[in-house]
Design a protein around this ligand. Structure first.
Ligand SMILES: *Cc1c(COP(=O)(O)O)cnc(C)c1O
Length: 395
């Protein structure tokens, strides 16, 4: 193999020529039709209406409502503020149950709103919150549950709804990964009390920075609309505490061209996913996670699990070599919220309690995909991973 010597020399002397001249990071943005985007940008500048519920924001919200079949879409400046708005508008207090295996924003949103995140272990197969472990965590202080549809694979919505209903808890979904995905054939966006999407640059659909709260609850939507605009219900009339959670017009325009290209994004992501899965699943010790082909999915994440008992080389060592070869794979969501401050100090027992989470954070490796990764790149990346694992004990 051509790069065989290279890796060994890289490891030995930390030099040499990496496999890729330009680095290939995870999370490259999906960008729609540029001509159309520039047209929109010019239109916005001509309108001189840059933000404050402008025409592009309104069009973006209506188009999400149509795409998802949900009654209300409230765009936000990002998903973190979106989660906080939902928590605030639902009057949640005390404790809120969520997985630790998520981006730290899920926990921060609750903590920032004065709640205590209570971390629940995950199901090692789905990577999502394990519904069977939730009820043990419910106390008289619990007010809600946040499920995260990790990698766009839906939570067990039905079980979570049952638990929430039984214990009179609010149910929120962090759907940051799950735009364009479905659960039992129904688009994610209509479940629980509200769901929150992220349109951050790295997410499947992006508005540079941005997010959206979607809900079929009109009253809740009304309340959140006021809250995200400082609590204004009209000129000079403030009816509640509020924040600045607005999306601007340029972001909405980016989102609109993105929505027009969704099928194209999915085609590319799916092709890459199949290519990776076929090649990597042939290597023992590495498994690319499954997506349910009966559901709609955005295939935005190539998630692999490294079994060190088989590879004899750790995930971190593999990652290190990949990065030296300019393949900027990542460990999501390492080391888990419960190992980050302030949660680590607050819940010192979680490392022992969250058995499956602790196992998974040592295994997961996210591999680059998206529009800028070619079939040839994938071939080279997979061959390299194969080589690393084959020579795991030597490296
Ligand atoms: C990206 C992400 C967020 C935060 O989204 P922002 O739009 O960046 O605030 C929240 N939760 C999860 C699971 C995420 O991946």
């Amino acid at each position: 193999m051509k790069f065989e010597k290279q890796i060994i020399s890289d490891l030995a002397i930390n030099g040499g020529n990496p496999l890729f001249k330009q680095s290939i990071p995870v999370g490259r943005p999906n960008i729609g039709n540029r001509k159309q985007l520039n047209k929109y940008f010019n239109e916005i500048l001509d309108n001189k209406w840059l933000t404050n519920n402008g025409p592009f924001v309104q069009k973006f919200e209506r188009s999400i409502e149509n795409y998802l079949g949900v009654k209300n879409c409230i765009s936000t400046c990002n998903a973190t503020i979106g989660l906080e708005l939902v928590i605030k508008a639902l009057n949640l207090t005390g404790e809120i149950i969520m997985p630790s295996f998520t981006f730290v924003a899920t926990a921060h949103a609750a903590q920032w709103q004065g709640l205590t995140p209570i971390f629940c272990d995950i199901d090692p197969v789905t990577h999502n919150i394990d519904p069977n472990k939730i009820e043990d965590l419910i106390t008289s202080n619990t007010s809600g549950i946040i499920g995260v549809h990790l990698w766009g694979r839906p939570c067990d919505v039905e079980l979570l709804c049952n638990i929430a209903y039984k214990h009179n808890l609010k149910l929120i979904f962090d759907a940051a990964h799950a735009f364009g995905c479905s659960y039992h054939g129904e688009m994610i966006g209509s479940f629980g009390d509200a769901e929150v999407f992220s349109f951050h640059a790295t997410k499947f659909l992006n508005t540079f920075e941005g997010g959206a709260i979607v809900t079929n609850n009109d009253q809740l939507a009304y309340k959140i609309r006021l809250m995200k605009n400082f609590g204004f219900s009209g000129n000079d009339n403030v009816v509640s505490v509020g924040i600045n959670g607005k999306m601007n017009e340029l972001s909405a325009a980016m989102g609109l061209v993105g929505i027009d290209s969704i099928d194209h994004f999915i085609d590319i992501n799916f092709k890459n996913y199949q290519e990776y899965r076929t090649r990597l699943n042939n290597i023992s010790g590495i498994t690319v996670i499954d997506y349910n082909f009966n559901e709609r999915c955005n295939y935005q994440y190539i998630v692999s699990e490294i079994d060190k008992n088989i590879t004899h080389i750790s995930r971190d060592k593999i990652l290190d070599i990949l990065q030296k070869e300019n393949i900027l794979a990542r460990r999501y969501f390492y080391p888990g919220c419960h190992n980050m401050e302030p949660y680590k100090t607050l819940n010192s027992n979680d490392q022992v309690r969250l058995v499956e989470t602790e196992k998974l954070i040592k295994k997961v490796l996210i591999i680059p995909t998206g529009m800028s990764v070619t079939e040839n790149d994938i071939k080279k990346i997979c061959n390299l991973i194969k080589f690393i694992i084959k020579n795991g004990e030597l490296l």
